[in-house]
Each structure stands twice: as structure tokens, then as C-alpha cells.
Ligand binder design. Structure first.
Ligand code: SAM
Length: 262
């Protein structure tokens, strides 16, 4: 089987269909011990399984079963004050779902430190732009970066529907280029994900961010909430930012670092 056929096979599952082939090829690379044409049936099966497991870890695991009905949920939002409809859409992605009870507190704590921003860059944003009603900001410009183009296009529909000055775009953050400048940059629960794709990518990415403040967050429990993630697991990150002024606060499931940018 040639490599493109193998990639097509991996992408046959619904949750991986929209992921760019080049990204799938990168995730496949470490599972291929020899040319795909030389693989036996058993090796093909294990390469497919391993690659899907990686794609699941960095992308698929966060999507709820109703995620692919997201258009229907967007159509149901009446206006930016329709908080209940925003909550329903935030519930489609596990990262935003577990933050739902804490949004008001999180944004109030962040903006107490940073002041109210007029522009936000949200990296690996998932569905977080749908939390705009919890920010209580007027007239913001919102840049949203996500791995999968279909997801970025969906966020753009939301921005356009409610005349939010927003630009959603596809970007693989392990290869980030030309990030737009903004007052603050959110990196909510994205650093662990990026490090799973490429070890030690965070320092390089932080250097590329042109924002006055960077807010990075980490999950305190594994997805599903079963395992506690030890604080020592973030020691490397604390060393990375030790020379920058920063403050830390926590909510039940998540720890936030509010870091002085450039
Ligand atoms: C744990 S989720 C966090 C989502 C969001 N920031 C939040 O906290 O609500 C990680 C996100 O990173 C995105 N992602 C994974 N790899 C990426 C990459 N290489 N470039 C950009 N985004 C990526 C995933 O699609 C997913 O939405």
C-alpha cells in the first residue's frame, strides 16, 4: 500500500477526516519502520492504530459525539447575550466543557491582572471563542488559531454571524509563522498537547508571540478526570518562564499562568 493510501485509510474515521494529510503524514512517520509499500497486513493495521491513537491524543479525544452537529448548535444561538446557547456549544468540546462553571471567575481573574484587552490571540483555541459572552468586553478583535481548517472555518462563521471583528485561521502551532500581534494571548491547555506532538516546542513558540500578556493554562486532571496530574509535571514550564514576571491562579480543574509578554 503506498503512503497516500495509508493516510487515506487513517482518515476514514470521521474524527480524523478533516485533519490535513501532511499533519497525518507527520504523525504516521514514527510508526513506519520501513516503506509503506513493504508493510505486511499486520504492520499496516498497527501503523493505522498507532497513528490514530496519536491523532486522538492531540485532537480527537476532545470532541464530544455531537461535535459534528456543531452547525445546528451555531444556528440556535440568537445573539451574543444568549448565554445558554453559547454554553451548549462550549459543551461540545471537552476542554471548554470542563471550564464551563468557572468562565466568569477565570476571565475576571485574568483581566484584573492584564487590564481589559482590545485584542486577543487564542492559540489552539478549540471552541473557546464561544466564551466571548463571559469576557464582558466590548469591541474586541479576536484571532483564533486551530489545527484543522474545518474548525477554523466554523469559528469564522460565528464571528461573521455576530459581526465580531474576528479572524479564525488554520495553523499547526508546532510550525507557527507570522502570528498576529495582540494585547493578550491565550494558550489554554494547549502546551501539553503541542509537547506531545513535538517535544520542547514551547520555548520557540513563546518567542514568536507578540502580545503584552500570555495566559497559559494546564489541566490539573487527566481527560475524564480520573487521574490527578502532578505539579512536578509542570516544573519544566515554570523554569522556562522564571525570568518573566508572572502570576499564577487556579480553579478546580485548571491552573493558569499570567505571564508578561513582550
Ligand atoms: C486540550 S485542547 C484545548 C482547547 C482550548 N484551548 C481550550 O482550552 O478550551 C487542545 C487543542 O489544541 C488543538 N491542537 C492540537 N494540535 C495542534 C497544533 N499542532 N496546532 C494548533 N492546534 C492544535 C486541538 O485541536 C485542540 O483544540
Amino acid at each position: 500500500m503506498d503512503k497516500q493510501e495509508l493516510i487515506a485509510l487513517i482518515r476514514q474515521k470521521r474524527e480524523y477526516r478533516d485533519i490535513d494529510s501532511l499533519f497525518v503524514e507527520r504523525m504516521l512517520a514514527s510508526s513506519l519502520k520501513e516503506k509503506s509499500e513493504l508493510l505486511k497486513k499486520k504492520d499496516i493495521e498497527s501503523a493505522v492504530k498507532e497513528t490514530r491513537a496519536k491523532l486522538r491524543e492531540v485532537y480527537g479525544a476532545f470532541l464530544s459525539p455531537k461535535y459534528f452537529q456543531r452547525e445546528k448548535f451555531l444556528n440556535a444561538i440568537k445573539d451574543l447575550n444568549d448565554v445558554e446557547a453559547h454554553k451548549r456549544i462550549l459543551g461540545l468540546h471537552l476542554s471548554t466543557r470542563e471550564r464551563l462553571p468557572f468562565y466568569e471567575e477565570v476571565y475576571s481573574q485574568i483581566f484584573q491582572i492584564t487590564g481589559k484587552p482590545s485584542s486577543i490571540l487564542d492559540l489552539g483555541c478549540g471552541l473557546n471563542p464561544f466564551s466571548i459572552p463571559f469576557m464582558h468586553l466590548s469591541n474586541i478583535t479576536y484571532y483564533a488559531a486551530e489545527l484543522v481548517k474545518a474548525d477554523a472555518d466554523f469559528l469564522q462563521k460565528y464571528f461573521d454571524k455576530f459581526q465580531i471583528k474576528g479572524k479564525a485561521f488554520q495553523m499547526d502551532l508546532t510550525r507557527a509563522e507570522n502570528l498576529p500581534p495582540a494585547d493578550i494571548c491565550f494558550m489554554f491547555k494547549v502546551i501539553d498537547t503541542l509537547e506531545a506532538i513535538e517535544w520542547d516546542v514551547t520555548a520557540e513558540l513563546l518567542a514568536k508571540i507578540k502580545a503584552k500578556w500570555i495566559i497559559a493554562s494546564f489541566a490539573k486532571k487527566s481527560l475524564g478526570g480520573k487521574k490527578k496530574i502532578k505539579m512536578e509535571k509542570r516544573a519544566w514550564f515554570e523554569r522556562l518562564i522564571q525570568k518573566r514576571e508572572h502570576k499564577v491562579f487556579e480553579v478546580e480543574n485548571e491552573v493558569f499562568y499570567v505571564i508578561r509578554g513582550k
